[in-house]
Design a protein around this ligand. Structure first.
Ligand SMILES: Nc1ncnc2c1ncn2[C@@H]1O[C@H](COP(=O)(O)OP(=O)(O)OP(=O)(O)O)[C@@H](O)[C@H]1O
Ligand SMILES: [Mg+2]
Length: 224
């Protein structure tokens, strides 16, 4: 399955989500090919840090040069694409191949507006085919309940036609920043924490079939 993690605004958490989802999937036994289509190359850099530090397994990151769209469909297992507005041609190529699009949205009105505009780009990129499923969620949600922005952003996302709002949020937590700077997933940095728990629920919701396979394997191991 080709999952594109994208949106128009920078800093919303695309690379963080791709890096951690990629490592979570690998940990569940899934082969993963990650594509870094951003000229900033954050995902490539963090995968390089991981390799240099010797954390296993490495995350295989491809760059996707030129007309790379067809390449996305040759990988067995899961394909994750990290792309932002800095490379619109690459973004459109990726969107045209996407089975689904995951859209991280920080809790602010400008981010909601940018998400609405992003839908136009998805429509342009997928004129000849059905529009892929679009799943938006609030990333960097405030951990204080009194702050209303995340609720308001959820409500605004729900009101955008064509978008499904994920029933999970990722909150603003330092462990996500550490994950990118240290080249380890949040699961490797902490066995138990609120971040690990919220990300596990988020990942299991996105990949229910992976969870079913994993449970089946664990049962088979127990039976041996
Ligand atoms: N839930 C979170 N809590 C705390 N920090 C976060 C969270 N999500 C992302 N960050 C941090 O915010 C910064 C931007 O995140 P990230 O690089 O993943 O966003 P991006 O959408 O890929 O940005 P860009 O558009 O620049 O590629 C990073 O330092 C990252 O560690
Ligand atoms: Mg990025």
């Amino acid at each position: 399955m080709i999952t594109v993690v994208a949106n128009l605004k920078g800093g919303s958490g695309k690379s963080t989500v791709v890096f951690n989802l990629g490592l979570w999937l690998q940990n569940c036994g899934q082969p993963v090919a990650a594509y870094d289509l951003d000229p900033q190359q954050t995902l490539s850099d963090v995968a390089e840090v991981r390799r240099e530090e010797g954390y296993a397994p490495p995350l295989q990151v491809y760059q996707g040069k030129g007309n790379f769209a067809e390449q996305l469909s040759i990988h067995p297992g899961q394909v994750l694409v990290d792309v932002g507005a800095a490379n619109m041609d690459a973004m459109k190529q990726a969107l045209s191949m996407a089975d689904r699009i995951i859209i991280p949205v920080p809790p602010s009105q400008p981010d909601v507006w940018a998400t609405q505009r992003f839908l136009n780009i998805v429509q342009e990129a997928t004129v000849d085919k059905p529009v892929p499923k679009m799943l938006a969620f609030v990333n960097r949600a405030d951990t204080h309940h009194a702050v209303r922005e995340s609720d308001e952003t959820d409500e605004a996302l729900e009101a955008i036609p064509g978008i499904e709002r994920l029933p999970y949020r990722l909150h603003q937590r330092t462990i996500y920043r550490r994950s990118l700077s240290e080249g380890q997933s949040i699961f490797e940095l902490s066995r138990r924490s609120k971040a690990v728990e919220e990300f596990r629920l988020f990942a299991e919701f996105l990949y229910p079939e992976v969870l079913v396979n994993k449970k089946r394997e664990l049962k088979a191991e127990e039976g041996q």
